[in-house]
Design a protein. Structure first.
Length: 378
């Protein structure tokens, strides 16, 4: 069995479809885990942790190794949840009969790539690694009650997200809260307390800074559940779109995307973020794509030229937006941090005219680079 680094990269960036068991059996352990846990999606966990880490670095609270251990644990926890999600839905008969989940990626249980016993083994190994990372966070912060509470809350959501939370239309809300304010502020808090510092009075601003990314992640989840609304309704899965209907679900997804930008602009206006966060505007074209699709009911089949987005129609465009928005969000915070740390002066400060000019220049440069890349591709 050879280590397939190419598959590591591919599985970390896109959902993999595979029909041949012999091809599956030839994969290395890491490739199988990345594919089975849908790591192209679980990468949002790394984004959240990076955002929390950058904010901690900006405020002088960052330590690399503790951050890396916590990030690995969170990433493993997300993968563990996906393994449990597939196991639970398969055991309850949800994923049978070519159900939505099996149409866009590998489902090892449905496709017979491994048994339920093997799925549990993978779940336990992943879960133990995630659990140990949580234990580290608790010990590293001196058994701080807030960290213990976050650890307990995360463990409960991991175990009960698939059932009953998703069935009670609480899954989408949990996605927003966890991958937004809780995870980002949680990583920040672990790093801060680990240095022996008290809980900062403006921790609420860190949590608020996590809201835009949390909304962007939630937009994918609500959109995905809207895509499979009819299938979920037949199977008795009471997700948010099933409870409120497709129209409300579509407009809710649109609201999550738009509000994410509003919150960032507010944080820039109050001075918590610098003008470098205007880089998120580089994703505005993808916003229009997503909104244009969400304004109309889901078609019966993929429109010509959009077969690659099917069956993840709404969620495909939400994911397409999230990739750019998340990247620009992280880049904006990175530049914000660097220019606060480096001895560079701009007229009026980082939020002054010089900072605005530089931020606009970066946006223009990014647009030009994208155009050049498109021309070469054509």
């Amino acid at each position: 069995m050879k280590i397939n680094f190419a598959m590591w990269r591919k599985a970390s960036w896109e959902l993999i479809k595979m029909e041949n068991k012999h091809e599956w059996d030839a994969l290395d352990v890491i490739s199988k885990w990345l594919i089975a846990t849908r790591s192209a999606v679980t990468a949002v966990t790394i984004y959240s942790s990076v955002i929390g880490g950058l904010l901690a670095w900006r405020d002088g609270q960052f330590s690399f190794w503790p951050w890396l251990i916590v990030t690995l644990g969170l990433f493993m926890a997300h993968g563990t949840n996906n393994l449990l999600n597939d196991y639970t839905d398969f055991s309850r008969g949800i994923d049978k009969d070519n159900y939505f989940r099996t149409q866009y990626g590998v489902h090892p249980l449905v496709q017979g790539f491994w048994t339920k016993s093997q799925q549990i083994q993978w779940f336990l190994v992943s879960g133990v690694i995630a659990f140990l990372s949580g234990v580290f966070a608790v010990v590293y912060t001196g058994a701080n009650p807030y960290i213990i509470g976050l650890f307990a809350f995360g463990s409960l959501v991991l175990l009960f997200y698939t059932w009953p939370m998703k069935y009670w239309a609480l899954g989408e809300l949990a996605i927003f809260v966890i991958w937004g304010p809780i995870m980002i502020a949680g990583v920040y808090l672990v790093l801060t307390l680990g240095k022996g510092n008290p809980i900062p009075a403006d921790l609420w601003k860190v949590a608020l800074a996590g809201v835009p990314f949390g909304l962007s992640v939630a937009s994918i989840n609500v959109a995905k559940h809207t895509d499979k609304l009819n299938d979920d309704k037949k199977k008795g899965v009471g997700t948010f779109p099933v409870r409120v209907g497709q129209t409300v679900a579509r407009y809710t997804t649109m609201a999550t995307i738009v509000i994410a930008y509003v919150v960032v602009i507010y944080l820039v206006a109050i001075g918590y973020f610098s003008v470098f966060m205007l880089l998120i505007l580089f994703a505005i074209k993808r916003v229009f794509f997503a909104l244009a699709v969400l304004l109309k009911p889901r078609p019966e089949g993929p429109p010509a030229g959009f077969e690659a987005f099917w069956p993840t129609w709404f969620s495909g465009f939400a994911f397409y937006h999230n990739r750019m928005f998340g990247g620009m969000f992280v880049l904006g915070i990175l530049l914000d941090t660097l220019f606060r740390k480096l001895p560079l002066n701009f007229p009026g400060g980082i939020n002054g005219l010089g900072g605005v000019a530089l931020a606009i220049g970066l946006v223009i440069a990014g647009v030009q680079m994208a155009r050049e890349k498109s021309k070469k591709a054509a």
